[in-house]
Design a protein around this ligand. Structure first.
Ligand code: 4AD
Ligand code: MG
Length: 467
């Protein structure tokens, strides 16, 4: 029979003197004269539970299988620990090994492994100290995000994963089809004779995995005022960088009766409050990141929670970059997109804190952003963070029907594909705004981890979709 409870975190909080049952996987085992000290963990918290096994009380056979990686159930009495490192330890009176683990071939050894190696054992890395901490923080962050929006009265909307529209207009979409790729149906006649006949595909037209839930979120914002999405998004960009995934999670609030100012206020309040909540709920895990991964992580988070973000326009940012005298790999001039090196210079060298850059040239931003009166820029805002670069991308949306039609044409998009999006501008249009936060980018910021592949359970990147 499997008892409910028995979590290591609960047991560590109990006072010595009681009886306890613990389940978990063996982290390490140390043999001393007549006693075996075994550290076990069930993933519930950072600290392991020390189990003390009296060699006389158990058969050789039973003790033999208590090795690193094995899964065990231990029952015993909780006593004050004489050794340092833990407050209590469990003196076992009953031991059961569910599944043994061959210590000679178990890939996860006590010695530190590289992150690259741990990625190759994605089915076991969650049992390591680092990944235990990463995924508890990830869980706490997801909860903090939902709780932030729910506190503010935002409606959680589930936007589709399968879609026929390209929200960002960047073309970096994964196609989804049930057509036989070895034998594609072709149009027999007409102006497009010979081209693929998507009329025979599952949806009767080309379909993709979504790059963003924003356009659907806008539909809901124009009915429920304040809404947010939180779901997976997919981008088939061939960027093999420590900041890009082909599958990542995005949080996208959208607010009706709101302009760029309100959008920026929400972004700042949001980041500040969710970071503060994770710092409170995951103190032990964050301490580990501070000690072992990045010694600046706590000071950085403290700084975000306490100070306000810097605001600059794109034009001001470009001027700062131009007069920096730096020899950029990607030269800067008005009209060029900001690259990671520029974003890092602004946040790390100039302002030493998160920076919100606004009013980008319309040529480098998506079609839906509201045009400014200067005819050159749009009401975009990107939140840039030290070390990470862009963490949030957002904007006020173009709510004027005629201007939106013009922007769709300028971007060589097909107006008919956006008929419903345009309809929102014909029936009860209002100023509205929103943003998208890259969940894994915020995870990088919170943990100090260096590579985005190490803050998502199962990373998907060009050439890699394992586990
Ligand atoms: O700036 P992006 O492309 O904005 C949008 O998709 C808008 N529709 C959002 C909106 O206004 N509702 O993406 C938003 C954020 C980026 O700032 C970045 O943090 C993250 O998503 N992101 C990625 N994260 C990981 N891997 C990738 N390949 C990413 N691409 C974008
Ligand atoms: Mg962006």
């Amino acid at each position: 029979m499997i008892e409910k409870g028995g979590y290591i975190s609960d047991i560590l909080q109990q006072e010595p003197g009681g009886r306890a049952v613990a389940h978990g996987w063996v982290k390490t085992r140390r043999d001393s004269k007549g006693v075996r000290f075994v550290q076990i963990n069930d993933g519930s918290c950072f600290a392991d539970l020390q189990v003390v096994l009296d060699a006389d009380a158990f058969s050789e056979e039973a003790l033999h299988h208590v090795t690193t990686g094995a899964s065990v159930r231990v029952e015993g009495s909780l006593v004050e620990s004489p050794g340092g490192g833990q407050r209590v330890e469990l003196h076992a009176s009953d031991l059961h090994v569910y599944g043994p683990s061959d210590p000679a071939s178990y890939p996860l050894q006590k010695k530190g492994h590289t992150m690259e190696f741990l990625r190759e054992i994605g089915h076991l890395r969650s049992r390591s100290n680092t990944f235990g901490a990463v995924f508890r923080v990830r869980n706490a962050l997801a909860r903090a995000i939902h709780s932030f929006f729910q506190r503010q009265g935002f409606l959680y909307v589930h936007t589709p994963i399968l879609t026929a529209s390209d929200c960002e207009g960047a073309g970096a979409m994964f196609g989804v089809t049930t057509l036989d790729l070895q034998n594609l149906p072709r149009k027999p006649e007409g102006p497009k004779a010979g081209s693929i006949d998507y009329g025979q595909d599952f949806f009767g037209k080309p379909a993709f995995l979504t790059v963003s839930g924003q356009l659907n979120a806008e539909i809901f914002a124009l009915a429920f005022t304040n809404v947010y999405t939180f779901g997976p998004t997919f981008r088939a960009e061939n960027s093999n960088t420590p900041r890009h995934l082909a599958e990542f999670w995005m949080i996208e609030p959208e607010m009706a009766f709101c302009d760029l100012q309100g959008d920026m206020q929400l972004a700042e309040k949001f980041l500040r409050e969710v970071i503060a909540e994770v710092m409170e709920t995951c103190a032990e895990d964050l301490e580990f990141f501070q000690k072992r991964i990045d010694s600046t992580v706590l000071a950085t988070l403290e700084n975000v929670v306490q100070s306000s973000f810097e605001h600059v326009t794109y034009t001001e940012a470009v001027a700062l970059l131009e007069k920096s005298g730096n020899n950029w790999e990607f030269p800067v001039h008005w009209g060029s997109d900001l690259q990671s090196e520029h974003e890092r210079y602004l946040t790390e060298q100039v302002f030493k804190k998160p920076v919100i850059v606004t009013d980008y040239p319309k040529e480098i931003k998506a079609f839906y952003m509201r045009a400014n009166d200067d005819g050159r820029t749009v009401r975009a805002m990107d939140v840039l963070a030290p070390r990470i670069g862009e963490i949030i991308g957002g904007s006020q949306r173009e709510e004027r029907y005629d201007v939106l039609c013009q922007r769709i044409a300028e971007n060589h998009l097909e107006e008919s594909a956006y008929w419903w999006y345009l309809d929102l501008r014909r029936y009860g249009s209002v100023p509205h705004a929103g943003f998208g936060l890259g969940f894994e980018r915020l995870m990088l910021y919170l943990t100090g981890m260096k590579n985005i592949r190490d803050v998502i359970p199962f990373p998907r990147t060009p050439g890699s979709a394992d586990f």
